[in-house]
Design a protein around this ligand. Structure first.
Ligand code: FES
Length: 302
């Protein structure tokens, strides 16, 4: 800052995680030129690898993505990624910083991010190492084995087919049993930790057995302010379980989710493939009515 209050010079922010990005955006917004240095190949930091954040359980990417876009587009923030500080000289108000930029082996001005070079590179370079996951050998029953084999044969391709395969398994079994994931990794010839990373990231996938009927209450902002927590309480009382639990007879599971994409209908409850909008506590018994048969009655009908 000059004597007459003008902002001069530039500010260096070291570390391009969520904190570094927000600091850079604030500094740029207040009129400073910013140099954002990060030693990894891209800004975003550890948060880019997280699913949820403590303590609010908010989606990490939903918090990070807007700042990533803003920091990427802000012309007053110069991004020096894959770079490390080698030395700092000078004193307050006049620093000289020596930064070493590591080679990327591609021309960043020509790179479109198509990833063809990664696929054709003879050297395999994992930017984020997957820690080897060791599980004892898992027995899989013949039906499940045949099912996974059929899915893998159906979905030809690499890692990009993992999500649709996991969706099909979830649709069939309602959850992702460990032996099925292990067999899937084996058949797809990918590390099990990669399959687990995807399976544990999305709320739509469950690593715990779930009931035949799943009640999902939206707890996104619109639904939350319009009474979703009271609906969760009422459903929990009626079903005799807490949120995230399944009844002992494996008929009902009560879950919450963040925004199912129809906020205009808030509060929203999803049962199976059906969405119910404008639900309030008085409508909960009606929601449960179609499922009022006991397990014994259901079995007797079939
Ligand atoms: S917040 Fe519930 S549908 Fe969007």
């Amino acid at each position: 800052m000059s004597d007459n209050g003008d902002k001069i010079g530039a500010v260096m922010v070291v570390g391009g995680g969520i904190g570094g990005m927000q600091a850079s955006l604030d500094l740029a917004a207040s009129g400073f030129k910013v140099v954002l240095v990060d030693r990894s190949p891209a800004i975003g930091g550890v948060m880019a690898q997280l699913d949820k954040t403590f303590p609010t359980n908010d989606c990490a990417m939903c918090t990070l993505a807007p700042r990533l876009v803003d920091a990427g587009q802000e012309i007053n923030i110069r991004k020096l990624t894959y770079s490390e500080i080698e030395g700092v000289e000078g004193s307050a108000g006049h620093f000289n910083v020596r930064v070493r930029k590591k080679p990327r082996y591609v021309d960043p001005l020509k790179c479109t991010g198509c990833s063809l070079c990664v696929q054709n590179c003879l050297v395999h370079n994992d930017a984020y190492l997957e820690a080897p996951l060791k599980l004892p050998p898992l027995e899989i029953d013949p039906d499940k084995n045949a099912f996974v084999e059929r899915l893998v044969a159906e979905y030809e391709g690499g890692d990009e087919t993992l999500i649709p395969i996991l969706q099909d398994i979830t649709e069939e079994l309602n959850w992702l049993p460990p032996e099925v994931l292990s067999r899937l990794a084996e058949l797809k010839r990918v590390p099990l930790e990669r399959v687990m990373r995807i399976a544990s990231f999305y709320k739509a996938f469950s690593l715990e057995p779930r009931g035949k009927y799943i009640f999902t209450v939206c707890m996104g902002t619109a639904c939350h302010v319009r009474g979703a927590p009271r609906i969760v309480d009422r459903l929990a009382r009626e079903l005799g379980i807490n949120e995230g639990e399944t009844t002992p007879d494996m008929r009902f599971t009560l879950e919450t989710v963040r925004c199912v994409g129809c906020c205009g209908l808030a509060p929203v409850v999803k049962t199976g493939d059906e969405f119910h909008g404008g639900v309030d506590c008085s409508k909960v018994p009606k929601l449960l009515e179609p499922y009022s048969k006991t397990r014994e009655e259901e079995l007797a009908v079939h």
